[in-house]
Design a protein around this ligand. Structure first.
Ligand SMILES: *Cc1c(COP(=O)(O)O)cnc(C)c1O
Length: 445
């Protein structure tokens, strides 16, 4: 789990960092190393109680280990502890954040987006919907019934009316249902999910944009989980058409802490039109003195933010540029192949019925049983049995109607059915699919 080289690389980098303050009189705050050692032993023992998220046999929730370069850069920057609110507190890391934002914007064909990093996808989506609400006051936000649950709650916080739109067989926003909602004339913003958190489905953004021609509304793309897959080559045609339409939306959220190899605390919101920066206009009596350059706090709802997140992302971009054809993109393609391989393997299984063919790297599958309640109970048993064999899975509750579209043999005796879910977001998992399948079959037997 721990490669000692990382600690050496950190020590070397810290030495270089320290040379930057060599001209100051010597000063080092003291601490009781023996007491810290005692506390750290306790902390490390408590932290043993985790699932092995870094390991290919962790095939459950959307958890991806950070790249070593991100971890080392993040740790290095803690000796500075920059605050990317204002330039005073983040002379190096605020410009690095602006470079990161430009890079992420370029992935979607935008040369000069306005944007910044955020605590995560929820904060980033909150900002995008706040801007939407300001530009279309009193009008509704709509998202699919399989969009992230926070859209409804964010709308509630912002006091913007919210409505959910039905999905099709593949868990994508149903454009006929959307058109019905649009006919009411009170929709201000459509949220297109580019990779739903549950199933990894990609809403038909290109079709949603055609409806925009007729009805006029803002489009926000929630690509928190799926956004990076625009760099992959192995995307199916319908999803590709949606990804290719991203440059035409008004705002995009992407989470570097999902597929971008970053530690938690790194989401990003991007706006195509930098003029929305005017909506943030506020004065801060404390902070904006050191420079006439843009202070990121002037265009963010949050005040203090960790410069460390920008330093880690900048280092990762430097090592693995998020470009088509590069090593980073190849990793995403490996995840797509892993998910499809598991889905195909489960098609030949006696213990499971795979649901929809994965658009991205999430596989959902029902544990076989005669009725939806039996299927749910079996999923829970397989989940526990697999964990005993050190294969870690996740569960998902889905509407039984939806499950039956893919597994019609299941008799409905409950409104929802619990299924199994594996997010294969580690490229190395491609080489573990056979083992994962064997462990699954053994757990179902
Ligand atoms: C994860 C996710 C979110 C929420 O992001 P956090 O970083 O967990 O706050 C929002 N939308 C989608 C599609 C997601 O996958």
């Amino acid at each position: 789990m721990i490669d000692r080289q990382e600690l050496e690389l950190l020590a070397d980098a810290l030495e270089t960092l320290e040379r930057g303050s060599a001209s100051l009189p010597a000063f080092a705050p003291s601490f009781d190393a023996a007491a810290v050692a005692g506390v750290m032993a306790e902390v490390a023992e408590r932290m043993q109680d985790n699932y092995p998220y870094f390991h290919p046999q962790y095939a459950g929730q959307m958890l991806k280990p950070p790249h070593p370069v991100a971890r080392i850069a993040y740790a290095l920057s803690l000796w500075v502890n920059p605050n990317n609110h204002a330039l005073d507190g983040s002379r190096a890391s605020s410009p690095m954040e602006k470079e990161c934002v430009a890079r992420l914007g370029a992935m979607f064909g935008w040369d000069a987006p306005l944007g910044h990093l955020a605590g995560g996808g929820t904060m980033a989506n909150l900002e995008a919907l706040w801007v939407s609400g300001k530009l279309a006051p009193g009008k509704k936000v709509v998202a699919s019934s399989m969009a992230h649950y926070t859209h409804g709650r964010i709308s509630d916080v912002l006091q913007i009316p919210f409505a959910a739109v039905a999905v099709d067989d593949r868990g994508r926003m149903d454009t006929a249902a959307l058109e019905e909602a649009l006919a009411g004339g009170d929709v201000g913003t459509v949220v297109a999910t580019i990779g739903t958190t549950g199933l990894g489905s990609v809403d038909p953004l290109h079709e949603i944009l055609e409806l925009r021609e007729r009805y006029g509304f803002r489009v926000h793309a929630d690509a928190a989980y799926g956004g990076y897959f625009t760099l992959a080559t192995g995307i199916d045609d319908a999803s590709r058409a949606a990804f290719d339409a991203l440059p035409a939306v008004d705002s995009i959220v992407i989470d570097p802490h999902k597929h971008g190899l970053q530690p938690y605390g790194c989401g990003c919101v991007l706006f195509r039109d930098p003029a929305v920066g005017g909506l943030y206009k506020h004065d801060s009596p404390y902070t904006y003195f050191s420079s006439d350059e843009l202070h990121l706090g002037e265009i963010a709802l949050e005040c203090s933010r960790p410069g460390a997140a920008a330093v880690a992302l900048w280092a990762t971009h430097r090592l693995l540029p998020p470009e088509p054809g590069g090593e980073f993109a190849a990793g995403l393609d490996a995840c797509l192949r892993a998910a499809r391989a598991l889905w195909r393997a489960l098609e030949g299984s006696t213990g499971f019925t795979p649901l929809l063919e994965p658009a991205l790297d999430i596989v959902t599958y029902a544990a076989n049983g005669p009725t939806s309640s039996a299927v749910s109970a079996r999923a829970q048993r397989v989940f526990d049995e697999a964990a005993r064999r050190e294969l870690h899975l996740a569960l998902i509750d889905l509407p039984t109607d939806f499950v039956r579209r893919h597994a019609p043999q299941i008799e409905a005796d409950s409104g929802t059915t619990t299924c199994l879910r594996s997010v294969l977001m580690k490229p190395e998992q491609e080489d573990w699919v056979e083992r994962i399948t064997a462990l699954l079959e053994a757990s179902a037997a």
